[in-house]
Design a protein around this ligand. Structure first.
Ligand code: DGT
Ligand code: CA
Ligand code: CA
Length: 606
């Protein structure tokens, strides 16, 4: 699997800004780095109670750098930094200083002046610089721990200007932060796992190697990584493993197993990786065992017992004779207990054993069924690549169709299109079509306004091939309002797909409060689809919700929400999530041939 490493974890400097506007999607690496440092300066200045105009100047510079298409180092080389909007003399000097020395003296002075922990406090969603300043002044809050104490005990409410609502938001932010630290998003975990697998393969000792555990089952977050190797000389593999450059701590090291902690990109806390080395003849049994889940394995052991068999990480054995009856392959292990091989994504003891016994395992959707991507952005809004490049890349991947679905006007931070711009884009798309085999679908990721109306007029939406509807604002509406808002959008005759239906960002933002059963009922009634958004930050709908939707007969779209071409690879994570949801090709709209897909969307508009 390719491409997980290419999307760096990036966090918008302003928590209200949608993730896609975050650094990393635009311009060079330096642009994002400097934008982040300027953002930090702005926050520290604000905590210090500095002049608001100075603070704003840094904030404007952050936006400007994030939106800059060219590498800032190149602009500096030409001596044209001051031509960048929002970059005056002083800020230009900071940029030059950073490019030359790797530091910004003003920032280091600020960091020395304020307690370090205050920055961690700012990383808690719900705490802005103003709140941090108040908490610091009144309660001496200078760390996440102190913040938690004050929030849990209610002391925080004694601070002027902090109300119950703020406290609730801070408590939620703390929970999200902690959850994000405990488990790593699958996309990042797989990227790290791939690197380790490649390094171990390069020893030349390995006859088989695979990531096991929750990562193989493609759970949306991973507690630790489990890597399984078959080889004849474990010593060299283990030596290589504990010596990997990313290792921070060797937790354990034995003859056939080892555990390390290593850095995970985009996260302060390290991730644990467990390695197991087995003989090639026992690989299947070990892979089955270490893939889990634990609950799935418990059920398997019960089935084995009923047949007079014992199952362990070493194989399936006869209770009576002690003889090993299966171990080389997973299929052999399952066969020995009377089951067909079960796809790893289903191994959660959530009905798969019963289905396997009854011969009713679903024929899961796979990459080979997907005919196109139904959610992708271009530089007309906040995507990185021009329309033409998106289309060419999708065609090169062998897709039958690709949608162009830029943001609508209300998503200002994401560069949403005005109706005039969208009309112009549609014209461009139609003009581009004759040059391509791939079908280019004109679409929009159109905002659902707070009251459930759509962000574009009906006649314009009617011109599009496919309309995606999305919530990008007012995330904190009460449940009934949010539900009614989305249900109203689904009833709109031009809307085809509800995208990222719960708005969650894994480890960063909770889903909004919405009654999904009502949403699914509306989608079913109007024959609309709900999306499994494959971007690793989202995976939204998540597995259990997607399974519920599909069971209720709602159509599913699996799409990448690509903002940068390598993100087209994200489809694999979306498919994995769909597989965890027991979804078959027939339930997925982007397995439909182009004509049938359009017949479906046109059917809504009649
Ligand atoms: P995680 O790491 O929390 O995301 O979840 P897993 O599933 O990767 O769990 P982990 O790393 O503790 O263990 C890896 C696999 O090893 C697990 O899925 C099943 C197997 N395993 C671990 N402990 C036990 C156990 O006590 N009994 C059985 N049957 N299997 C176990
Ligand atoms: Ca694990
Ligand atoms: Ca483990």
């Amino acid at each position: 699997m390719r491409g997980f490493a290419e999307t760096g974890r990036s966090r918008a400097s302003d928590p209200r800004v949608d993730l896609h506007a975050a650094p990393g999607y635009h311009g060079g690496v330096k642009n994002a780095e400097i934008a982040r440092l300027f953002g930090e300066i702005a926050q520290l200045l604000e905590i210090k109670g500095e002049n608001v105009f100075r603070v704003r100047a840094y904030e404007r510079a952050v936006q400007s750098l994030e939106g800059l298409a060219e590498d800032v180092a190149r602009v500096a080389a030409r001596g044209e930094l001051s031509s960048i909007p929002g970059i005056g003399k002083g800020l230009a000097a900071h940029i030059t200083e950073y490019l030359e020395t790797g530091r910004i003296a003003e920032l280091e002075a600020l960091r020395a002046e304020l307690p370090r922990g205050l920055l961690e406090v700012l990383a808690v969603r719900g705490v802005g610089p103003r709140t941090a300043k108040l908490l610091h002044e009144h309660l001496g809050v200078d760390s996440v721990e102190r913040l938690e104490q004050a929030a849990v005990s209610g002391d925080i409410l004694r601070v002027p200007g902090i109300r119950a609502r703020t406290r609730a938001n801070i408590l939620a932010g703390l929970r999200t932060l902690r959850a994000g630290q405990e488990r790593l998003p699958l996309g990042l975990a797989l990227a790290r796992a791939e690197e380790i697998v490649e390094a171990l393969r390069a020893t030349g000792e390995v006859t088989a190697i695979e990531v096991a555990g929750s990562a193989r089952r493609r759970r949306d977050t991973v507690g630790d990584l489990d890597i399984l190797v078959a080889c004849r000389d474990p010593g060299r593999v283990i030596e290589r493993f504990v010596g990997l450059p990313a290792v921070t701590t060797v937790l354990a090291r034995g003859d056939t197993k080892a555990s390390i902690e290593c850095r995970a990109e985009g996260r302060a806390a390290p991730i644990q990786v467990d390695l197991r080395v087995v003989a090639p003849g026992a690989y299947g049994a070990a892979l089955q065992y270490f893939t889990g889940s634990k609950d799935h394995n418990v059920r398997l052991r019960e089935l084995a017992q009923k047949k007079g068999l014992k199952i362990s990480e070493y194989g399936v054995f006869s209770e009576r004779t002690g003889k090993r009856v299966a171990s080389a392959t997973e299929a052999a292990v399952y066969e020995a207990v009377g089951l067909p091989w079960i796809p790893p994504e289903l191994r959660e003891n959530s009905g798969e054993i019963e289905a396997a016994l009854a011969g009713r395992l679903p024929d899961l959707v796979g990459a080979e069924h997907i005919r196109g991507d139904l959610h992708a952005h271009t530089d007309w809004s906040d995507g990185r690549q021009p329309l033409e490049r998106l289309v060419a890349e999708a065609e090169a991947r062998g897709y039958e169709y690709i949608i162009v679905s830029d943001h609508s006007r209300s998503s200002t931070v994401a560069g949403g299109l005005t109706p005039e711009e969208l009309r112009e884009q549609i014209t461009r798309i139609r003009a581009l079509q004759p040059k391509h085999r791939i079908r280019i679908l004109a679409g929009s990721e159109c905002d659902i306004l707070a009251d459930g109306r759509m962000d574009f007029p009906d006649d314009l939406l009617a011109e599009l091939d496919v309309v995606l509807a999305a919530v990008h604002s007012r995330f904190r509406q009460p449940r009934a309002e949010m539900t009614a808002r989305i249900v109203r959008a689904l009833a709109h005759p031009c809307v085809d797909i509800l995208v990222h239906p719960t708005g969650r960002l894994i480890g960063e933002r909770d889903p909004y409060d919405v009654d999904l059963d009502q949403v699914f009922a509306a989608a079913r009634e109007h024959d609309k689809a709900v999306e499994i958004n494959a971007s690793w930050q989202r995976l939204d709908l998540k597995d259990t919700h997607a399974r519920r939707a599909a069971e209720l007969g709602v159509r599913i779209a699996i799409s990448t929400d690509t903002h940068d071409l390598p993100q087209l690879d994200g489809m694999a994570l979306g498919i994995a999530t769909a597989r965890r949801a027991w979804i078959t090709p027939a339930q997925v709209v982007n397995t439909l041939p182009h004509k049938r897909l359009l017949a479906w969307t046109r059917g809504h508009r009649r």
